[in-house]
Design a binder for this molecule. Sequence first.
Ligand SMILES: [Zn+2]
Length: 288
Amino acid sequence: MLCLFGVLIFRISCLKRVYEKLQEKEQQLEEQMNISIDISYDEMRKKVSLEQQLLDHLQNTIATLEQQKEDIIEKRIQSLSEAKEIYLTFDDGPSDLTEKNLDILKKYNVKATFFIVHTQEKYHDLLKRMVEEGHSIGLHSYSHDYRKMYASVDDFFLEVEKLQEEVKEITGKQVNIIRFPGGSSNTISRFSPGIMQTLTKEVVKRGYRYYDWNLSSGDASSIGVRQFVKNSTNNKGKTAIMLLMHDSATKKVTTQGLEQVIQYYLDAGYDFKPITMHSSMFAHKVRN
Ligand SMILES: [Zn+2]
């Protein structure tokens, strides 16, 4: 009996030890699991935080780029609405002064338009040079004789076509831009009542375009260089200027003041353009 009791005690104590071991093991396992959960949770948090930072950075970059894009578009719209252009025009040439005027234009690399009259042979090379150097040639008149050219619509077109043919023979260019002598607003043609009303419509119908001016250098009258420059730069804030000048033989003042005028408009940010068939027409109010 005593022996049996001893065996039982021994067994109980063995079982107790096994139980304790098991408990110990279970506790270890639990701890291990907690550690592994803790580690992966921390790593996950780190990862998420890094990804969040990256996302924030990308969002900031996108916002900056969007802003830059808007700034560029705004600036472009502003520069287009502020685009300034000037058309330098010379009537009544070519003459002995034309070469010097072309040299000045070349020096500043700016383009102009020459509304020419019938050309002596010695100036034919100047017409070629105008074309070669990117200037435009326009038709002013063959004779510049108001009585003759404004005598009738037919007389006017006879002069235009004769001059057009001449330019084509010399330069190979078909020229379709016109400046009426005296402008479309001239009243000198009143000996042919209403002729300018007819001509301004008729030239367009026949495929030409005509160009008056919105700023005069005043060099048709006898003025000094200072006055020439003052008139030519009195643009009153206009953003598109068609400047009337002359390059007939007596217009030395124009040649003398030309550089100052060019410099003024270059400094003011104007683009110098030759007239083409695509240029907007500058048309005066017709008064005859
Ligand atoms: Zn003229």
